[in-house]
Design a protein around this ligand. Sequence first.
Ligand code: NAP
Length: 291
Amino acid sequence: MTAGLYASRAKLDTILLDSVGCGGQSVITDWIDNYPGFPEGSSGYDLAANMEKQARRFNLAVVLEEATSIERQPDGFTVSTPANTYHTKTVIIAAGATHKKMDVPGELDLTGKGVSYCATCDGPFFRDKEVALVGGGDSAIQEAIFLTRFVKSVTVIHRRDSLRAAKILQDKAFANPKIKFIWDSVVTAVRGNDQATAVALKNVRTDAVSELPVSGIFVFIGLVPNTAFLSGLVACDKQGYIVTDDAMATAIPGIFACGDIRVKLLRQVVTAAGDGATAAVAAQHYLESLS
Ligand code: NAP
């Protein structure tokens, strides 16, 4: 959204492609507490909607089509979607990342039937129920706290004995009587037929196995960058994140990448916005260098 805002404000002929709508992960984030300028925080939905409104004020064209490939051409690039092919001199890739799966038996079959990757979307379905939540990072702990608005209890299952999440989130979670913890453990299967009923657990220190009866399982074990559609066009690190320089330039002149999809220390809205602004200005400089 920020790259689109900067590019359209600089009067570059810009279209923003998105398969589902603007805002990415922030739309399904309940509350964003650390984006500057909002003393009380903001709902992720409102923040994304305001960013879109602001970008559209500068006539950013938003096209709801999924980019399925980017190809190099002698005079630039073509970006294909199922409906169209767009010819362009420069591309900014801001396709973000999606939640990682546990890859255990039952997870796929019971997705939407108890297994969820979005507490904001599915939390209200588990009112007064007992749920499990897997992970120990910022997303896991933030969403565990959010779930306590609805559920009877949320048991956080973490593969180590200390959390990765920011201290402020940890303190809130430890103080919340509805949040319990199972340490040093991983989920080995999700049980249930039409609906999830339990998770099978293994203690990674002792190898002891157990089952925890739950109605829902929320999975927040990190992110996978959405780079599959690029088919190796740009260089990525071992985890698949796009390698850029400080100006968000990839190894291919004219292609820039910003936000969660690129190699970086901190994946948050504020750093994505900074990346987006840099990418748009760098793209502008690149276009100027062509003329
Ligand atoms: P993350 O920081 O990568 O944390 C993933 C968590 O899942 C870690 O605790 C990790 O354990 C665990 N994990 C990874 N693979 C696992 C597996 N196969 N089985 C079991 N557990 C596994 O991911 P995230 O929490 O989604 O956050 C992603 C990025 O967004 C981060 O940069 C984060 O700071 C940012 N974010 C920030 C906020 C905020 O500022 N409030 C909110 C949400 C997200 P280990 O700890 O043992 O590695």
